[in-house]
Design a protein. Structure first.
Length: 496
């Protein structure tokens, strides 16, 4: 069993390191800002200096890690982070294995759950990137484990580490542990054995996160929440926690055939509808063949229901479904953004409940293997096939980096899409204008310095939250002066 777990961790690490080893550059659009912060951190001590990016510097844990790793190994910060952050994220699997063993009480189940999470899509895709979320993943998983074990000091220190690592992960940890605390309190009322430590631990996390936000990180928040947004989110949590309470104390529901058929049918219905219309405001309408990319969720749904045998899993999973429901009906850009981000937090309880659902069903485990294969297909479609709606733009090429170096000393504002803007603006500190890039393509402004890369011709112009087709007039771009070309990137400047 230990050898199998080791193989899973090694393969999981390989999957997460693959994109950066393929390109030789950091993976993800979010990578450039923390890497630049890390490089600056080695020269300047103050994290809130005007030299920093004004956003990621308020959650500096991954940049601090990159700085120390660079100092210890002697390698450049860009290499330290593109390799070190995905590697650290892959260590989540070891913590998750211990957590899964504690909840399920079964080594085989914990191993299968770890295998499902190791290759889950988009979880594996996101944790391959140099992001705050990747670095925060093992911390938040450790936080849940320490919460269940009742380790006060370790939990308090982990709460502070998580607050410094990532805002969304801290919020999700609070939601998850609030659900498990509710479950614990209800069970205590029924049994007459109350556990006062878990509410205290939850309070520690809330206080640490709130103080960190109020005293330091509030300047970095770019999303504002109105009272109606908070009330809406709470209403969904109340609804799904009520369902969790009902399931937790009516376990016979799990044995009903309808409870096994309906989840897959519901997921399939959502998938089919998403190929016909946007089910979330601002979300794209997917091509029909994307059904195969969403197949893992269809296949895993009934087994996740069958595995709702431990109340911790019931409340963990249902609280995350509550977040997804809120995201689904939220207003753009928060709704679509939170929807795909929250899937990463949905996968750990989904993997564990499904692994429990597979217990004692040897033939059915073939489906578990198929789910893993399909998830790897999704990863391949994102990184190698560069499917349009699957985050292909996280993978940068050396030619794009070289073109950015060519622009290093320019004083001009570069017209480009969001993918290139992250690289130029957040790493090289070059001014960019995404809207101006669209105007250039439409022929309304050919005086700009425009950055065109080959993948843009295939998949379109990347905007925040979505990708748009190039306007038909883009072909007239040949009338502009080509001032740079390296086989992958063309830089155009002014009308000829």
């Amino acid at each position: 069993m230990r050898k199998l777990l080791l193989i899973i961790v090694v393969l999981s690490t390989a999957v997460r390191l693959y994109p950066t080893l393929l390109s030789g550059l950091p993976f993800s659009t979010d990578a450039w800002s923390p890497i630049r912060n890390t490089e600056l951190l080695l020269k300047h001590v103050r994290l809130d200096s005007n030299l920093m990016d004004g956003y990621n510097c308020y959650w500096p844990a991954n940049s601090l890690f990159g700085s120390f790793l660079s100092l210890i190994t002697g390698i450049k910060p860009i290499d330290a982070m593109r390799l070190g952050i995905p590697f650290s994220g892959s260590l989540t699997l070891l913590i998750f294995y211990v957590l899964a063993k504690r909840i399920s009480g079964n080594y085989d189940t914990a191993c299968l759950a770890s295998a499902l999470l190791a290759f889950a899509y988009p979880y594996a895709f996101f944790t391959a990137g140099v992001t705050k979320e990747t670095y925060a993943n093992p911390i938040y998983m450790l936080l849940i484990l320490l919460f269940l074990r009742g380790s006060f000091l370790g939990f308090a220190l982990s709460s502070l580490a998580l607050a410094m690592a990532h805002h969304l992960t801290s919020a999700m940890a609070i939601v998850i542990l609030a659900g498990i605390t509710l479950q614990n309190e209800v069970e205590g009322l029924i049994s007459g054995k109350m556990d006062s430590l878990k509410p205290i631990l939850l309070s520690v996390l809330v206080v640490v996160t709130t103080l960190y936000f109020l005293l330091y990180a509030n300047k970095g928040m770019r999303v504002s929440f109105e009272p109606k947004d908070i009330l809406s989110a709470l209403s969904y949590q109340i609804l799904f926690l009520s369902i969790a309470l009902y399931i937790a104390f009516n376990k016979n529901l799990i044995k009903l055939k309808t409870s096994l058929i309906m989840p897959s049918a519901a997921v399939l219905l959502i998938v089919v509808i998403s190929t016909r219309r946007a089910i979330i405001p601002g979300a794209p309408v997917f091509p029909v063949h994307y059904i195969i990319y969403l197949a893992p969720f269809i296949l895993i749904a009934p087994f996740s229901v069958m595995g709702l045998k431990r109340n911790e899993i019931v409340f963990w999973l249902l609280t995350m479904l509550g977040v997804e429901a809120y995201a689904g009906f939220g207003n753009p850009p928060l709704g679509p953004t939170l929807a795909y981000r929250a899937v990463n937090f949905l996968w750990p309880p989904l993997a564990l409940s499904s692994a429990i659902g597979f217990e004692g069903k040897r033939r059915a485990k073939v489906i578990a293997f198929l789910i893993i294969v399909l998830c790897l297909l999704d990863f391949h479609a994102s990184v190698n096939m560069k499917e349009r709606y699957m985050g292909y733009f996280w993978l940068y090429t050396k030619q794009e980096y070289q073109a950015a170096l060519y622009l290093l000393n320019t004083n001009r504002i570069i017209a480009c899409d969001v993918k290139i803007s992250y690289l130029l603006r957040d790493y090289f500190n070059i001014k960019t204008d995404v809207a101006q890039g669209l105007q250039f393509l439409r022929g309304n402004d050919r005086s700009s310095l425009f950055f065109l890369y080959s993948e843009m011709l295939k998949n379109g112009y990347v905007l925040y939250g979505h990708v748009v087709d190039l306007p038909s007039s883009w072909r007239d771009i040949s009338k502009s002066n080509l001032i740079y070309f390296n086989g992958e990137v063309s830089l155009y400047g002014g009308v000829s």
